[in-house]
Structures are given as C-alpha cells and as structure tokens.
Design a protein around this ligand. Structure first.
Ligand SMILES: Cc1ncc(COP(=O)(O)O)c(C=O)c1O
Length: 343
C-alpha cells in the first residue's frame, strides 16, 4: 500500500538530483543496524541478490553443500547454484511449514550451510537447526519485523536476508538487504555489490539498490508497527470465521507475528479446491502459495516420497488476502465467505 508520505519520500529523492545508490540507501542500512542493535547491513537489488551474496560472503562456494527447505521458493536454489554450491533439499514441519530440524539431521547432516526460511512469517526453529560447523542464513523475505521466542527473526544466524519486492511486507518495487551480526560479512557483501573502483580484478557485480527504491522502503519502515497491527487484525477476523474441519499455519495469533500470509489448511486436495471455488464464487481471490510442481525437490527431480510434509502442504494450503490495503468491507466479505464454507 503506497501512501502520500511514500510518494513524497520518492519525490524528495527525485528533486535531490541523486537517484542512484546514495544517502537513502545508507539510511536504510543504518535503520537495520539500529533495529538489530549492531552488526552490519548492505542493501541490494533483490532478495535473490541478498541470498546469493550472503552465501558468497560466508564462503558457500564450490564444494559446499547448502541445506534448503523443500517447501520454499526457487530463489533459494538459484542463489545456491549461482554461488557455485550444491543444494540439499530437506523436508519441512507440518505446523510452521519451516525447515524440520530432525529432517535436517536425517537428510543433510553433512551440510555446512543451511537456509532457514521463516515461511509466511512463521519463525523457523533456528536454535534447533544450528549445529557446530554449520552456518545458517535466516531468510526473512516473508517475515520482516517478526519476533519469535528466540527474539527478532534474523538475529540468530550468521546472516539474514530480506526482500523488498512489490508483494513483500514493505516494498521498493524491487530490492533486498543482507544484515549480519558480523560486520565483516556485511562488508564482504558490500564489496561484491558494485564493480567500480577496484585495484585488482575479482568478479564483482552491479546488484545495487537505487535511492528511489530505498526512499520508498524507508517511508514504509516508519509504519512497520501499523502494518503488523493491520495484518494481525485481518488474521484474527479470519481465525474467528474459520469453520470446523479447516486448520491454519501455526502461530498466526502470536503477538510478535508478522502475518505475511494467512494460510488455511484443508484436510485434502479436493476440499482445498472446493474452498478455492467457494471463495472465488464469493468474489474473494485466493492463491495456492506453492503448487506441487514448484516444490524444490520436484524441480530437482528427487523422489517425492522423501518429502511427504511438503507434498501435503502444497496440496492442502490456500492463502487468503491479508495485505493491509484490504478494506474493512472486503475483509468482512472474505471472512463471511470463509465462515460459510462447509468442508
Ligand atoms: C523466501 C524468499 N526468499 C527469497 C526471495 C527472493 O526475493 P526477490 O523476489 O526479491 O528476489 C523471495 C521472494 O520472492 C522469498 O519469498
């Protein structure tokens, strides 16, 4: 949702005569360092770039294995391959949809790196995923501002990555960021994000964010608590309307939750499809967040039998509209439609 303040922030950048990476990007990075109480931050062109450069800066290159959740977007695989490492797909938990620590021990014990996605805002159990000799990247692309029992999401691993894509919690149209408690990791990311001004040749890139994007992101970050409240209020309305026979992703009513999606779980594929049709007939557009064919083990042609939880989630989940731009009338319409469904 773009407000008049957001537009004014962009206008100020346009009027300043400096539209490429500049003071607004520096302000965004300083904001993250402040939010996390230290460390270093580096803003980038996308969440994909953030994943890629976090891996590269942590040393996940050729010969390294990176554990990734089966139920996740393919940006994870892209980043691992671009860094020159090898992905190892691991199944997820049925309640949080996040990387399963027991499956990680079973399916990728040897992985020196892991990417833990806080899926749709649900905190991954980072403490249980950590192990001696393993570096963890927390993927906060869907959980900016979220707080779990282990504190602010992103604060526990070796690096945290964020996306500011158009559909994310706050947006610059596109954009990304790496924060790390180790300032040298953020500095390594900074080294790779632009190719000018080098004394000797090392492949480096242009993965910068513009000040136009950063101004938009900064303006929205200033109302992150209002965004959280609105998303939580929508989630509470849906929870109150949920008919017997359907369940939801865990923790949606938790105080620190940044509810990126409101995902309903049906008992089976046929009921999920019936729910989707029912909502559509009521004028409420819903989405299957990850289709079965998009699961990472399917992309890599691995045996689906080894990833039963992800398979089931793909078949049974449906995401209801939760963006803060939803009006009270639209919310009432969607909640009424949900409560009228008979599984
Ligand atoms: C969990 C996760 N990781 C990474 C990304 C990649 O972010 P971007 O679209 O900004 O490249 C996304 C967004 O699509 C995402 O949802």
């Amino acid at each position: 949702m773009i407000t008049a303040e957001d537009r004014a922030a962009v206008d100020a950048v346009l009027a300043s005569g400096w539209i490429a990476q500049g003071p607004a990007v520096a302000a965004l990075e300083a904001d993250f360092v402040r939010r996390y109480g230290g460390g270093g931050a580096c803003a980038l062109s996308s969440g994909s770039a953030a994943l890629f450069l976090a891996l590269k800066s942590l040393g996940a290159g050729e010969g390294a294995t990176v554990a990734v959740p089966s139920y996740a977007c393919s940006a994870l695989l892209n980043a691992v391959y671009l860094a020159g490492a090898t992905p190892k797909v691991v199944d997820v938990l049925p309640d949080s949809f996040c990387l399963d620590p027991a499956a990680l021990a079973r399916q990728a014990a040897e992985a020196a790196f892991a990417i833990a996605v806080h899926t749709y805002g649900a905190p991954a159990d980072v403490a249980a995923l950590q192990a001696p000799g393993r570096q963890l990247i927390e993927d906060c692309c869907q959980s900016l501002g979220g707080v779990g029992v282990q504190g602010q999401l992103g604060s526990q691993g070796e690096a945290a990555v964020f996306s500011f894509y158009a559909t994310k919690i706050v947006t610059g149209g596109q954009g990304g960021l790496v924060w790390s408690k180790a300032a040298d990791v953020a500095e390594a990311v900074r080294y790779y994000r632009q190719f000018d001004c080098r004394e000797s040749y090392v492949p480096r890139f242009n993965l910068q964010m513009t000040d136009i994007q950063a101004a938009l992101v900064n303006s929205q970050l200033a109302r992150l608590e209002a965004i959280r409240s609105r998303r939580q209020a929508i989630a509470r309305s849906y929870l109150a309307a949920l008919p017997a026979g359907l369940s939801v992703q865990s923790g949606l009513a938790d105080a620190g939750r940044m509810a990126y999606r409101f995902v309903v779980l049906a008992p089976d594929l046929a009921t999920r499809e019936a729910l989707r049709r029912h909502m559509e007939q009521a004028g409420v557009g819903c989405a299957v967040p990850i289709e079965r064919y998009e699961l990472l083990h399917r992309y890599l042609k691995l045996d689906p039998a080894d990833f039963p939880v992800a398979e089931r989630l793909a078949d049974t989940s449906l995401s209801l509209p939760i963006h803060p731009g939803l009006s009270d009338a639209q919310l009432a319409q969607a909640a009424a439609a949900l409560s009228g469904f008979r599984p």
